[in-house]
Design a protein around this ligand. Structure first.
Ligand code: KIV
Length: 285
């Protein structure tokens, strides 16, 4: 199947078709996602939590995002891949924003970039779009600024904050974003954004009434256990499965039942005889 484009995403919105969106951080998961026809993959800076063991996304660097985005690109060559802009790679000024967005496209092979914030990053979005790069906005509960929200909490639950989110969405659309990801916002607010914006609105923890759904792949596989946001649905318990397999391996190594004969490469008997004879003649055994 050929890679989807922003025209496909717009057409899906106008047909009311939900887009399937997942994060990935490595080539193997990306390959499986491409195989089952995921529409869009985000190489999120959530890699800081899921894979790198940080307790937030803030320490993630551009160089790390290049490594993970390149891996996903290799695993899913025919899927639309978005590289996430890590903390402080675009907040400083338009010039940094364009240069770092360019690295994700040029060095890592991303099809688009994503950055957090609404009105306050409209200038960076405009500059990146002006440079010919596709931008996905990210508003609502934006993890890079969770400290300013007083922690990891849903946004848009008052008239004032809901209005702020709508203004952010319109500012991003105006600045040229091709789509917007809305995180941690009530369904009723997301619906207004989706109806009001011409560009697709995708949600994570933002209810059903938008143009597609994102989940963090480690969450939906049941692999990330440190915390489980309310919006996550686990489609499996991979951490339990892995624990079980690791324990079985450890047990078999300890009791000698692994490896079995079938795991051995073998050597032809005449070669073995020659080897032993030679080793003996050289006094090695
Ligand atoms: O980094 C990420 O995976 C994200 C999601 C939390 C939306 O930005």
């Amino acid at each position: 199947m050929s890679k989807k484009t922003i025209m496909d995403f717009r057409n899906m919105k106008s047909r009311g078709e939900n887009l399937v969106y997942l994060t990935a951080y490595d080539a193997q998961i990306a390959r499986l996602q491409e195989e089952i026809g995921v529409d869009m993959i985000l190489v999120g800076d959530s890699v800081g939590n899921t894979l790198l063991g940080y307790d937030s996304t803030l320490p993630v660097t551009m160089d790390e995002m290049i490594v993970f985005t390149s891996a996903v690109r290799r695993g899913a060559p025919d899927t639309f891949v978005i590289g996430d802009m890590p903390f402080m790679s675009y907040q400083t000024d338009d010039r940094d924003a364009v240069a770092n967005a360019g690295r994700l496209i040029k060095q890592a092979g991303a099809d688009a970039i994503k950055l957090e914030g609404g009105r306050r990053v409209a200038s960076q979005v405009e500059a990146i779009v002006e440079a010919g790069i596709l931008v996905q906005g990210h508003i609502g509960l934006t993890p890079q600024s969770a400290g300013q929200f007083g922690g990891w909490r849903a946004q848009g639950r008052t008239a004032e904050t809901a209005l702020g989110i709508l203004k952010d969405a319109l500012a991003l659309q105006e600045a040229g974003a091709f789509s917007i990801l809305v995180e941690g916002v009530p369904n009723q607010v997301t619906r207004v954004l989706s109806e009001r914006c011409e560009i697709p609105i995708y949600g994570i923890g933002a209810g059903r009434e938008c143009d597609g759904q994102l989940l963090i792949v480690y969450d939906m596989l049941g692999l990330f256990e440190l915390f489980e946001p309310r919006f996550v649905k686990r489609y499996g318990e991979l951490a339990d499965d892995i624990r079980e397999m690791l324990s079985e391996y450890a047990q078999e190594v300890r009791d000698g039942s692994f490896p079995e004969d079938k795991h051995d490469y073998g050597i032809p008997s005449e070669e073995l005889d020659k080897f032993v004879a030679q080793a003996e003649s050289e006094g090695l055994v």
